[in-house]
Design a protein around this ligand. Structure first.
Ligand SMILES: [Zn+2]
Length: 423
């Protein structure tokens, strides 16, 4: 079932795959673009250094301030006029827009999953770059920075506005708040024709299907008491455990796939205390909004029945209560197959010999897609692993192919000015 109507968006210029391919081939043959391609190769050391430096600046969820300033300053050093909005999103136009034409936006998220007290041991070992967040999203930020730098150094100009972005709040509890904030404003909702998200390493995937997710915090509370003298008072940890057992038994469809995860549990005071509260966080995912609704109801029923079963008959007035709070809600949506942004990326892929596949995931693209704005997410080139762990790594070998891909797609979508006032 198409979750997003596959009609032609009025915002994006019309573009079919054949003409995207023709444009990519022409641009790839131009001397300016050759120069840019060479720049990516000859500046790998600088790109990697930038990646190491920005990854070493902590950016915990809701704690991206320092990294946001670092990114803004790095773009200013390159000669950009940079704007930072209320939440810390960094925005810079490639050329001052001369018209009201909506912009192609290219973004990388600034935040990481790592709490602010994480030791960020970021370093180079042989060819590899190591450290928490080095690929996700040090690689994406390095790619946007490299694009910003190559545009200035090689004097590339576009016919339509291009907006470079570092945004906050992609990971976990950030719940896409950077993109949400941006697209909640008329200026950007109407001012962005399409969004190209650069997230993590790699070149073989195109995330054009936005996986929806909902996250809940379930808290069960009771009167609590002494383990001996108040024995019989209902125990929230027991009720929470029953809930988890119920959730683990829920049938889940495999096509389209849906998942439920109990990610964290908390509660209790001491071993000889009947706890007053116990809580957990649950993540539910599906590509189908209706399935998310159904699973939300199922989760609530699991909680309700477990709490019922855990009430103590000996103390009828000492009841357990429960509360379910939505702590995350990412809309499910998918990109229409005739979207210019998809044609442009695929045309770049065929030019560069990249065999890419369409994937489904939850990214910053979820927000624009759910609003009918074309968006997709691709990797920044190179390769990486250990995402969301302290052992994350990035291998820059072949990074330039990923950067060429981003550049070619940008030139097609924003209209490369091959000749004229290129200096
Ligand atoms: Zn990421």
């Amino acid at each position: 079932m198409p979750l997003f109507p596959r009609t032609t968006s009025s915002r994006s210029a019309r573009l079919d795959f054949a003409s995207a391919q023709k444009q990519v081939a022409t641009f790839a043959g131009s001397s300016k673009v050759h120069e840019a391609f060479d720049w990516f190769r000859s500046h790998e050391r600088e790109i990697a250094t930038f990646q190491l430096e920005i990854t070493a600046v902590g950016a915990a969820p809701f704690g991206e301030e320092r990294r946001s300033r670092f990114f803004a300053e790095a773009l200013e050093v390159l000669g950009y006029t940079v704007e930072r909005d209320e939440v810390g999103n960094v925005l810079a136009f490639v050329d001052a827009p001369s018209s009201n034409e909506p912009a192609l936006a290219i973004s990388a998220h600034l935040d990481t999953v790592f709490p602010s007290d994480t030791k960020l041991d970021v370093r180079r070992e042989h060819t590899r770059l190591l450290g928490p967040g080095i690929s996700d999203n040090g690689a994406g930020l390095a790619a946007v920075w490299a694009l910003a730098a190559v545009i200035k150094d090689c004097g590339l100009h576009m016919q339509r506005p291009v907006l470079l972005m570092g945004n906050v709040g992609e990971e976990g509890d950030g719940d896409l708040r950077g993109m949400r904030h941006l697209f909640a404003q008329e200026r950007w909702r109407d001012g962005i024709s399409a969004l190209l998200v650069v997230d993590g390493a790699g070149i073989d995937s195109i995330v054009a299907e936005a996986l929806g997710s909902r996250r809940f915090e379930v808290t069960i509370s009771g009167p609590g008491g002494h383990s001996w003298s108040d024995f019989g008072v209902p125990n929230p940890i027991v009720a929470l455990s029953r809930t988890i057992a119920n959730i683990a038994e829920l049938p889940l469809p495999s096509n389209p796939k849906a998942t439920i995860n109990v990610g964290t549990i908390e509660g209790g005071t001491s071993v000889n205390t009947i706890p007053e509260t116990a809580s957990m966080r649950i993540d539910v995912r599906s590509s189908e909004p209706a399935e998310l609704d159904r699973l939300e109801r199922d989760v609530e029923e699991c909680v309700r029945s477990a709490v019922m079963d855990s009430q103590s008959p000996r103390s009828v007035h000492k009841h357990l209560r429960y509360d379910i709070k939505v702590v995350g809600n990412r809309p499910a949506a998918e990109l229409r197959l005739d979207a210019p942004i998809l044609h442009a990326v695929r045309a770049a892929d065929s030019q560069l010999g990249i065999k890419s596949r369409i994937h489904r995931a939850s990214t910053d693209a979820n927000i624009p897609l759910s609003l009918g704005v074309d968006a997709l997410a691709i990797g920044a080139g190179g390769s990486g692993g250990g995402a969301h762990t302290l052992h994350e790594w990035f291998e820059p070998l072949g990074r330039d192919i990923g950067l060429k891909r981003i550049l070619l797609a940008t030139l097609v979508l924003a209209g490369f000015k091959e000749t004229g006032n290129n200096e």
